[in-house]
Design a protein around this ligand. Sequence first.
Ligand code: APR
Length: 231
Amino acid sequence: MAKKRLVIFTGAGVSAESGLKTFRDSGGLWEQYRIEDVATFDAWTSNTSLVLDFYNQRRKQVIEAKPNAAHELIAELQKDFDVHVITQNIDDLHERAGSKKVLHLHGEIMKARSTADDSLIYPMKKADIRLGELCEKGSQLRPHIVWFGEMVPEMEKAYLITEQADLFVVVGTSLNVYPAAGLLSYVKHTTPKWLVDPGEFNLDYIRNLRHIKQTAVNGIDELKKELQKNL
Ligand code: APR
């Protein structure tokens, strides 16, 4: 019997218990930086070294971080389900925990990209991208990240995966940033949905959704037990 398709849509909250800052929680990343200063293409063109440095710092934190139990439990669910992770996160913690199908909507911090040709993407072996480091076509390398205002090329693929979900789980995202946050409206009304997040949400407009008001580690553990009871 084919495994049910379990789609898990994650945000910064799933990596919070690995010590990586979320964006909008108090003390979040954006409180220390103005988004306009570091996460837009204009910031890149007007202050390339500041943007490179901002992502070099975040990349070091990702390299030093470890997947937490939530990433690991999500990877374990692959035994019983056809799990597709769709993440807004740019860290590689889902992959390092063993998740095989991971779609990054906002890019991947462990990859660099050519500024002359978007198809030239380079997995990074070291923590820094330096000014003057060039792609094979001789143009400056940039972080392989989707900045505010840039296209989100993986959205089409994300919609297709989501429309086929038998079960849909949202973990650790404030659902503030579109088009990613709009993914929830592509899930069939009849599909059972869960939201694992300690925050406050008003999602009465979404049918068949249960809010597990817990952190990712505790909430995914509770959810995994519930899902495995109904295998
Ligand atoms: N476990 C689960 N959820 C948590 C935890 C935790 N331990 N700690 C915080 N959260 C929740 C918060 O309640 C919040 O709903 O994680 C969410 C974090 O929300 P944001 O900081 O807005 O992060 P995210 O939703 O991923 O941001 C989306 O915005 O800044 C851009 O590109 C960036 O991908 C990012 C996008």
